[in-house]
Write a protein that binds this ligand. Structure first.
Ligand SMILES: [Mn+2]
Length: 397
């Protein structure tokens, strides 16, 4: 909104603020590219260009990590970063279309188009946040339970190293092992804000813990479950729920349509999670819906986890997904919801269900990338992540 006093546009305010942010990272990258990629041909006037592409430009060139961020190959060092993108290329939990195992690579590829500077976000991600790409978790195709154990241990490693986990699926069965990697390390209740067209809360689907089941296993069935310290305590199928993930702090947004929600709805009703349909969001408006979601998720909680199923966005915009359901969010609504929710801070986030074989023009993977960037950017602006104060010069206006 324009400033109510001066009438100055938000964009102009942001541009001024962005000017105060250092260009240290950008300068370092140019020096690194010239060092590793050699000096350009004589006819090239811009001497910051190297002979071999080693950095962000050209966006269509090079070896792609997420946002062309540093590849943290030695994952023992992941704690050197404030945030870490990690791929979980697993789609054995899908019940309709597969293909999400190719999600992380597609998101990485399209992410190269972004340079981390956002006028409407008012943020320069590379300068204000140290983040890396930690590569992919070694999933076991065809074995859901072994994959869950790998995933929980890997996410737990990233989280306890001190980096904010940015988890890119993969199908939504991962919601459970992802949260199981984080929640046991939080000294208090964890709220979950879950964007989806599907309720994903039944116990089993076709005799396994598929992508229709994560919140049955994550949210606990009893308020008085004993708190356990490690994820190992929750690695058996007979455990129902993580001790500090009460269903009252689970908010499910965008639910609706005609696919597979009956068994999960019964569980949601029994346990008392909050189910916000698309119609609820439409009637409340995005701002009010986000406020309600935050209130519910944060009630007596220490942290909130964001689970974003890309199928919550209408398949007209996001066709590349396992179980499309018309009538979802527009990208503008979804991204605004994500920004409003990220303002209060998150303990980790996941974006799941991007299935590149069904995608068109990378639209779906680009939206997944935007969900990540908008959440990160918002947290940086709000001081919940990164190091804005260190790179921002004093206001000299
Ligand atoms: Mn879904």
């Amino acid at each position: 909104m324009p400033d109510p006093k001066t009438g100055e546009l938000r964009g102009n305010r942001n541009i001024k603020r962005l000017k105060r942010i250092s260009q240290k990272k950008q300068d370092e990258e140019i020096a690194r590219c010239l060092e590793l990629g050699l000096e350009a041909a004589e006819s090239i006037n811009d001497r910051s260009i190297s002979l071999f592409s080693r950095g962000h430009q050209p966006a269509f060139a090079g070896i792609n990590t997420f946002m062309k961020a540093p590849y943290c190959e030695d994952v023992r060092k992941v704690g050197d970063y404030e945030a870490a993108f990690v791929g979980v290329p697993f789609d054995t939990g899908t019940t309709y279309r597969p293909g999400t195992r190719f999600g992380p690579q597609a998101v990485r590829r399209i992410s190269a188009v972004y340079d981390g500077y956002s006028v409407d976000g008012g943020v320069d991600l590379f300068e204000e946040l140290d983040f890396c790409d930690a590569g992919d978790i070694f999933v076991i195709p065809g074995n859901i339970e072994k994959t869950f154990d790998q995933v929980s241990m890997a996410i737990s490693h990233i989280y306890t190293s001190g980096a904010f986990p940015i988890i890119c699926g993969g199908d939504h069965s991962l919601g459970y092992p992802n949260v199981r990697g984080v929640a046991p390390h939080i000294d208090g209740n964890v709220g979950i804000i879950h964007f989806d067209r599907h309720i994903d809360m039944q116990d089993m689907d076709m005799d396994e813990r598929m992508h229709t089941t994560p919140w049955y296993w994550t949210s606990n069935a009893h308020e008085d479950v004993e708190f356990h310290g490690t994820h190992h305590d929750h690695s058996h199928m007979h455990d129902v729920g993580l001790a500090n993930c009460p269903p009252k702090n689970l908010v499910q947004i965008g639910i609706g349509g005609w696919y597979g929600s009956r068994p999960g709805s019964e569980v949601a009703r029994e346990r008392g999670s909050s189910v916000m349909t698309m119609k609820d969001v439409e009637e409340l408006g995005v701002q009010k819906a986000a406020e309600m979601a935050l209130e519910l998720a944060w009630k007596d909680a220490k942290a909130v986890y964001l689970s974003f199923d890309i199928d919550s966005i209408d398949p007209g915009f996001a066709p590349g997904t396992g179980t499309p359901e018309p009538g979802g969010f527009t990208p503008r609504e979804a991204l605004e919801m994500v920004r409003l929710i990220a303002r209060e801070g998150l303990c980790a986030m996941e974006v799941v269900e991007v299935s590149p074989p069904y995608d068109v023009n990378d639209n779906t993977s680009q939206l997944a990338c935007r969900v990540i960037l908008d959440a990160l950017g918002t947290m940086v602006v709000e001081g919940k992540l990164g190091h804005r104060s260190e790179v921002m010069a004093a206001d000299d206006e």
